[in-house]
Design a protein around this ligand. Structure first.
Ligand code: GRF
Length: 201
């Protein structure tokens, strides 16, 4: 399974998948490229360190999201991509790209969806006063943070938590969830039935 990863920043979720592949936890998979919309993304350095092609696609060079995503699609095809991972990728993806990779684009979001969609989900959870939150790994659909849910992990919100301390504890669960889901996908264990994703035994 050939994996392409779209990133914008730090890349801890990318790192988690790289590590899982390198240690043999995920087999029959390789990351063939990491694409960033930000030149300075640390995720690109992580890719380079592990001998993975990193590509910066500059949004300033495209006049519309459609054109930008057409370029992405060209790269994904050229790399013979089977699975696309969004790992801290901050751009919205166009419907044509989603159609081209139906149920083959996966995202991770730092809340228990459908609560707290969009940016700053950890702060939204703190501000709302929920006692538990978590992360959600899901297939990507045109509506933001709304596709079929593959896996969720839950943590308590502590009384002294700030958005930052919560985000830090949540990240540990995110990193675990993402590699587990990628393994399930690569092993052909995910079955999508409408909104419901089942894990084959
Ligand atoms: C994570 O919190 C992820 O849930 C969200 O963006 C953040 C990316 O972190 N979509 P990283 O770049 O993988 O470290």
């Amino acid at each position: 399974v050939k994996i392409s990863v779209l990133v914008s920043g730090r890349g801890t979720n990318l790192q988690s998948v790289i590590d899982a592949i390198e240690c043999g936890e995920i087999q029959n998979a390789e990351i063939t490229c990491v694409v960033s919309d930000k030149e300075e993304a640390f995720a690109l350095k992580r890719a380079e360190k592990h001998g993975i092609t990193g590509i910066f696609v500059n949004p300033a060079e495209f006049s519309s999201r459609q054109e930008y995503d057409d370029k992405l699609l060209e790269i994904l095809k050229e790399k013979e991509t089977d699975l696309v991972l969004l790992a801290g990728y901050l751009r919205i993806i166009s419907a044509s790209l989603i159609d081209a990779y139906k149920n083959r684009i996966i995202n991770i979001h730092p809340s228990l969806l459908p609560s707290f969609k969009g940016l700053n989900a950890q702060k939204q959870a703190i501000d709302y006063g929920v006692k538990f939150t978590g992360c959600t790994v899901h297939f990507v659909e045109p509506d933001l943070d709304a596709g079929p849910i593959i896996m969720q992990k839950i943590i308590p919100v502590l009384e002294n938590d700030t958005a930052d301390t919560l985000a830090e504890r949540l990240l540990v669960e995110e990193n675990k969830a993402y590699r587990e889901v990628v393994k399930l996908f690569v092993d052909g264990k995910l079955e999508v039935d409408g909104r419901s994703v089942k894990i084959k035994k």
